[in-house]
Design a binder for this molecule. Structure first.
Ligand code: ASP
Length: 588
């Protein structure tokens, strides 16, 4: 072994012991004769003191040492003299008095400092040298946190009889609503594997196999547009259970998360226990989105009844067109300037609104863009329904329901950030249930599965397949937290007749169904148990626990925001010979 101790573990109790350490030079200070080295490894940093009476060999080694060189140091642990302790360092009570210093490797000047949070280069540089970026304390911490989270999940699920089972990466298309990554087959010209968008089919087949409870820390591959904070490959805690109903799955996952957070990040608080539950319809009405941030109020309030007979043309025409009038109340924003209101209106437009009406509650009554159209009775009614107080700004949107919800839901988040309404140490988990089974795809003129096609429709709604599929609810559920969708899941179809009905409604032809999903239908005919599960995203959870702004910060080697691996430079061209073997010709 190169070392007897780690740099981070030395304390006063180690005083007068000889230790050998190995690590990187974090800092080097030359105090005319005496040289102080901060030696770092994953476990921490310790100060090493090199006195001039050391052997010539060691002194020669030290004299050239630069930042990030790799050293092996043997020395005596000594308590620092009173007044010289460094309470900011975990090892600050001690120092190591070097007896010998050996250079294990040198380092060129790094492209950026790994010893601080300041002066970080742009993200692509960090990603190009990710192995250096990961030396930073914050990144090391993120990796360890991620390990702890996954370990907790494994241990928890093991206690509850779950079996961890690997499923293939080279498989067949499993639709989750994204494009597939395809892998050409060398042995079967013109044929392709698809990388799994999730192990959905396989975990269901494991239930048919009688495994009863399965989980996997599963990599999923989705070739999606790179909007927002996405990665082409990401990790889910994929799980599936037999003989369960929705509430069994939700209870288990809620318990797992609750225990995990109190064990691993006890400084994070949960909004409530049990977690609140909303129907899809309710959550849209109240928060304007199906992934609400529940850490603050500012809910959407329907004021259609109050303004049903308004003289304001904008309100009138929305109601006449079958739309709604809803509002949110921004606390203490009544004094917003014209410019600020214009900027909000711009944001509302970007979210799809035609405009935005404002009502500022002032000591002289309502002010704002819609004030002159509001009767005294309407003003009273709005104030009483919304609870708006003097000093508040009421933002009113009038349009089709979906537009209004989206606009106000978006503005609500703008105010969250602007007014600091959400506590960063609060984790506001909740469940959304009763999703519609199908969504009409306007562009392609067909029904899409809202979750995925293996989701069980609510049995009472089965007759609606023939009449109004848009109203069929499914047994799907989402876990949400702080404005993110953290997990999706569902009770699954386990009967081939229902599965067939769903495929048919989705517009798949008989031969297509057979070719793509024949194996599933056949499996269901050999005694498939009722089953269900879900798949919480691990990247997003660790991101929230680590207080990071995006998931790339908690993935060791992520792709950048344009989907490239800038360290290894992938994707990249390949040898013509490889293409030939794969029967692929590149067209310019
Ligand atoms: N396979 C689903 C997904 O990736 C999760 C599930 O239904 O279990 O979203």
């Amino acid at each position: 072994m190169y070392k007897t101790h780690t740099c981070g573990e030395l304390r006063a109790t180690h005083a007068n012991q000889q230790v050998t350490l190995a690590g990187w030079v974090h800092r080097r200070r030359d105090h005319g004769g005496v040289i102080f080295l901060d030696l770092r490894d994953r476990y921490g940093i310790v100060q090493v003191t090199v006195n001039p009476d050391l052997s010539k060999e060691s002194l020669d080694a030290v004299s050239n040492v630069r930042m990030e060189w790799v050293l092996q140091i043997t020395g005596m642990v000594q308590k620092r003299p009173a007044g010289m302790q460094n309470p900011k360092m975990q090892t600050g009570e001690v120092e190591v008095i070097a007896q010998s210093v050996k250079v294990l490797n040198r380092a060129k000047t790094l492209p950026f400092l790994v010893s601080g949070e300041n002066d970080l280069p742009d993200e692509n540089t960090r990603l190009k040298y990710r192995y250096l970026d990961l030396r930073r304390e914050r990144m090391t911490h993120n990796m360890i946190l991620r390990h702890q989270v996954v370990k907790f999940m494994r241990d928890f699920l093991d206690q509850y009889n779950f079996v961890e089972i690997e499923t293939p990466i080279l498989f067949k298309a499993t639709p989750e609503g994204a494009r597939d990554y395809l892998v050409p087959s060398r042995l079967y010209p013109g044929q392709f594997y698809a990388l799994p968008q999730s192990p959905q089919q396989l975990k269901q087949l494991l239930m048919v196999a009688g495994m009863d409870r399965y989980f996997q820390i599963a990599r999923c591959f989705r070739d999606e547009d790179l909007r927002g904070d996405r990665q082409p490959e990401f990790t889910q805690l994929d799980l599936e259970m037999s003989f369960v109903q929705r509430d069994d799955v939700l209870a288990l996952v809620e318990q797992l998360y609750t225990e995990l957070i109190s064990a691993i990040t006890p400084h994070k608080r949960l909004l409530s226990s049990p977690w609140p539950r909303f129907s899809y319809r309710e959550v849209l009405e109240r928060y304007g989105t199906d992934k609400p941030d529940l850490r603050f109020g500012m809910e959407l309030i329907d004021v259609s009844d109050i303004f049903a007979k308004s003289d304001f043309r904008v309100f009138q025409s929305a109601i006449e067109a079958g739309g709604v009038i809803k509002c949110i109340v921004a606390p203490g924003c009544a004094e917003y300037s014209r410019k600020e209101v214009d900027a909000l209106t711009e944001s509302a437009r970007a979210l799809g609104a035609k405009g935005l009406a404002t009502l500022a509650v002032t000591s002289e009554g309502l002010k704002g863009t819609a004030a002159k159209f509001v009767t005294p009775e309407e003003a009273e009614a709005v104030k009483s329904k919304t609870g708006a107080q003097e000093g508040d700004l009421i933002l009113v949107a009038a349009d089709q329901r979906a537009v209004v919800n989206k606009v106000l839901g978006g503005l609500r988040l703008i105010f969250r950030d602007r007014l600091d309404l959400a506590d960063p140490n609060m984790l506001a988990f909740g469940w959304v249930v009763d999703f519609p089974m199908f969504a009409w795809n306007e562009e392609e003129g067909k029904w899409d599965a809202e979750h995925h096609p293996f989701t069980m429709p609510q049995l009472d709604d089965l007759p609606k397949f023939e009449t109004n599929p848009g109203e069929i609810l499914s047994d799907a559920y989402d876990m949400v937290c702080n404005g993110y969708e953290m997990a999706s899941g569902s009770i699954r179809i386990h009967r081939s007749d229902i599965q067939l009905k769903v495929f048919e409604l989705l517009g798949l032809r008989g031969d297509e169904i057979e070719q793509k999903f024949g194996h599933m239908l056949e499996a269901f005919d050999y005694g498939a148990p009722p089953h269900g599960g879900m798949a919480p995203g691990i990247d997003r959870l660790v991101m929230l626990l680590a207080d990071e702004p995006n998931i790339r910060e908690v993935i060791a080697f992520p792709k950048n925001q344009t989907g490239r691996d800038v360290m290894a430079d992938a994707p990249s061209e390949v040898e013509p010979k490889q293409l030939k073997e794969l029967h692929i010709q590149i067209r310019e």
